[in-house]
Ligand binder design. Structure first.
Ligand code: NAD
Length: 733
């Protein structure tokens, strides 16, 4: 194993270089930890060694813990997974603590060897925690480099000592953006935040690190918490200022997480409890809370969906085995809201773009969207003038289809109209190479129908973006009946180039995401029609961790879009259409001109500037609130099951082929309660038999839409879980 190498130079400076073979970014494994431990022992024991530089052989420092390792420790630990995770965490603490004490005499605090971390580029998670255990952190002024502790974003918190060390370095309040929000900072901001000590030119990094090692005094290498009389910056919990901080932080965390994210709560508890005891005890407390979080089913589900499975999908878990299909030149038809966004993300990824609209003005407006976004980036200091010119230089805005010559991919985003789409398909196909793939961004029209306008339906596919394109990371790839493997690979390679997360589904009404979102919105509206207090509906959703309640969501996407979809669905389904009660409310709102946020009036009231004021005061006058309100749990079950059962049906019907895509797609596509890991993970957490019991109750009270799907009953009968039966790459039967 060569994840770390060790060398000592003529001046007695030992260098431990982290360079995991075959990985673009260093990750920490169990063996890696053991290796570092041995190297630290060697350096401390060697009288010729004066100090240690910890650095990386790559242009980045480290990406973090290999989360697969944590998952496998838990799985392999048999009956005592918590003990195994705790022991593993404590062994990491011991190694980093050994590095930090660096051989000094525990009483006099003298005689230790200086340890500096030379950080050439991005550092996250355990990488940053290793750096925090060193005596000094010097980071290269590398414009791409960011440093931080983003664990909280995948349902964990920094459990390698980062929580305890950083909160004691800067105080609980100042540590909050890094620990609680997972903010990654560039070198200058990291220095201002106290995460690092020095920023130097990249070429001077090792020279400066060595200089520091050779000049550091005994006093410079003793951490504040190892000195007598240490006081927590900003005040420990029983200090008046500290008390205010913890009370405020508690309220803030609860307000942001609604109590559904165990990691945020555990992080705060580790900081609070740790602040009351000596450092080594605080590390033990941190390890206990970390174990607690790792054992929480919500955290495992979040890690699985937001880290392991998301990454697997991005790396092409479901990509057909065909040659590299990376896109060089993309033609985008329609420069409206979606086309303009797709043009921006493509050009930004280095792809040449031809952006077509019916009028030159419209095409230019589409290109101007990229200029606007780049200007915003320049204001933030994230984009240079040269970068802006380069990106805009890749976009040709035109009405001329002849310019599509040489495009290897077309993404069509014209009006949602079969005839208009057929017309532009024919026009583009007359020009593009025979091997080019044609993709449509339709949100409601069946791909197989639209493919009929194509001369080569095997090269026709759906690539469904979400709005706003530059912010939404999910892309749904839809296979029509005749779509071939190359088209799927092309779509996946394109999504990878623009650094988004793909799911691949089969063609069916509303594909996957919208199929689940629409019943969520409809259930909310249906409850308003029934006389359920609208605030109860919205808060029930928020308390489940949904970013938007169903009524706010329909305001955002617009009531007229809802009306349009309802009419089209009714026309397609005829008598089987189940949402008459919903339409009464929706159509009445549209009739009053309350089209949602864009009209400054919808289920919510807005001020002239579009600021949301609160639920519309006259909702109750139109749909009287009943005296008999349901329990919160019942409202939550209705909102949850409305979406989740649709996901199960999509799997049953073969629209979804992989539950990982169902979970990742739900969180990224419509913010489905991220703490749950997605619809399938949530069902696994509560268990199929409990889910069936909830469905049976809801079906009796509210109708057949809540009938438990056969697949769910089957899992309940056999005592199985979704991940047990369909997990880890296994395709749905
Ligand atoms: P839009 O109305 O903003 O843009 C459509 C553009 O197509 C307009 O600029 C129009 O001038 C242009 N156009 C129309 N006919 C044309 C033709 N014959 N040749 C060239 N250009 C033509 O619409 P949008 O919101 O960008 O939606 C575009 C497509 O994306 C639709 O199929 C829609 O269903 C789908 N979609 C929309 C969203 C969304 O949130 N808006 C999300 C996903 C998918």
């Amino acid at each position: 194993m060569t994840d770390f190498t060790y060398s000592v130079d003529a001046d007695g400076v030992a260098t431990i270089t982290w360079d995991v073979p075959g990985k673009s970014m260093n990750v920490m494994s169990r063996e890696g930890f053991a290796l570092v431990s041995g190297m630290v022992d060697k350096a401390l024991a060697d009288p010729a060694v004066k100090g240690i530089i910890v650095t990386s052989g790559k242009d980045t420092f480290a990406g973090g813990m290999d989360l697969n390792v944590l998952a496998s420790i838990r799985e392999k630990a048999g009956k005592e997974p918590a003990q195994a995770l705790f022991d593993f965490t404590m062994s990491g603490h011991h190694i980093l603590r050994k590095l930090e004490r660096a051989g000094m005499d525990p009483k006099s605090l003298k005689g230790g060897k200086p340890v500096v971390c030379a950080i050439p580029g991005t550092s996250a998670g355990i990488g940053t925690e290793v750096a925090l255990a060193c005596h000094r952190r010097i980071m290269a002024d590398n414009p791409k480099a960011k440093i931080g502790l983003p664990e909280i974003l995948v349902g964990l918190f920094p459990g390698g000592g980062g929580t305890t060390r950083f909160s004691r370095m800067v105080g609980a309040m100042a540590a909050a953006p890094v620990l609680l929000e997972g903010k990654m900072l560039d070198a200058k901001k990291a220095k201002a935040a106290g995460l690092i000590d020095e920023v130097v030119a990249p070429e001077d990094l090792l020279k400066r690190a060595k200089e520091w090692v050779l000049s550091a005094t005994d006093a410079e290498i003793v951490k504040p918490w190892d000195q007598k009389g240490f006081k927590m910056p900003g005040g420990a919990p029983y200090h008046p200022a500290g008390f205010m901080t913890f009370v405020g932080a508690n309220a803030m965390v609860h307000g942001k997480t609604q109590g559904v994210y165990p990691a945020a709560k555990a992080l705060l508890a580790a900081v609070y409890e740790g602040a009351l005891v000596p450092f080594d005890t605080a590390l033990k407390i941190e390890a206990r809370w970390f174990t607690n979080v790792l054992m929480n089913p919500s955290s495992s589900a979040m890690i699985r969906s937001l880290f392991l499975n998301k990454e697997a999908l991005e790396k092409g878990a479901n990509r057909p085995q065909v040659a590299d299909q990376r896109v060089k030149k993309v033609g985008i038809l329609g420069a409206g809201m979606m086309g303009a966004g797709i043009a921006y993300v493509s050009a930004n990824a280095g792809i040449e773009v031809v952006l077509i609209d019916a009028a030159q003005e419209a095409a230019d407006r589409g290109k101007a969207h990229s200029a606007d976004l780049l200007d915003k980036g320049m204001k933030r200091g994230a984009v240079s003038q040269a970068k802006k010119d380069e990106v805009l230089g890749r976009i040709t805005a035109t009405t001329d289809y002849a310019k599509l010559e040489g495009c290897d991919l077309i993404v069509e985003a014209v009006f949602e109209d079969v005839k208009v789409k057929a017309d532009v398909t024919a026009k583009a196909e007359a020009v593009i190479p025979a091997t080019a793939i044609f993709a449509t961004n339709t949100s409601t029209l069946p791909i197989s129908e639209l493919a009929k306008a194509s001369k080569r339906p095997d090269e026709f596919i759906g690539i469904h973006f979400f709005s706003p394109v530059d912010k939404m990371n999910l892309v749904e790839i839809i296979k029509g009946k005749k779509t071939g493997e190359v088209a799927v690979a092309k779509a996946l390679d394109f999504v990878r180039q623009i650094r988004k997360t793909p799911i691949v589904v089969n063609d069916a009404r509303f594909f996957y995401a919208n199929r689940c979102i629409i019943p969520y919105i409809n259930e909310g509206i249906r409850m308003v029609a029934e006389g359920v207090e609208p605030a109860l509906v919205e808060n029930a959703a928020k308390l489940l961790g949904f970013p938007l309640g169903p009524l706010q969501l329909v305001d955002e996407t617009s009531i007229d879009l809802g009306v349009k979809i309802a009419k089209a669905t009714k026309a397609a389904m005829g008598d089987a259409y189940p949402d008459g009660a919903v339409d009464e409310v929706l159509f009445a709102m549209a009739g009053k001109g309350r089209m949602g946020r864009k009209a400054n009036a919808g289920f919510y009231a807005y001020d002239e500037k579009g600021g949301r004021l609160g639920l519309w005061g006259e909702l109750g006058a139109n749909w009287p609130v009943s005296d008999d309100q349901p329990e919160l749990t019942e409202v939550q079950h209705r909102l949850m099951m409305a979406q989740v059962l649709e996901a199960v049906r999509a799997l049953e019907e073969g629209v979804l082929e992989d539950i990982r895509e169902g979970d990742v797609g739900a969180i990224l596509g419509w913010g489905f309660a991220p703490w749950s890991g997605g619809p399938f993970s949530w069902l696994d957490i509560i268990g199929a038999d409990k889910a069936v019991a909830i469905c049976d109750g809801l079906e009796k009270a509210h109708g057949a839409r809540f009938a438990a799907p056969k697949l769910l009953r089957d899992l309940a009968a056999k005592g199985q879980t979704f991940y047990g039966r369909f997990g880890a790459g296994a395709k749905a039967a």
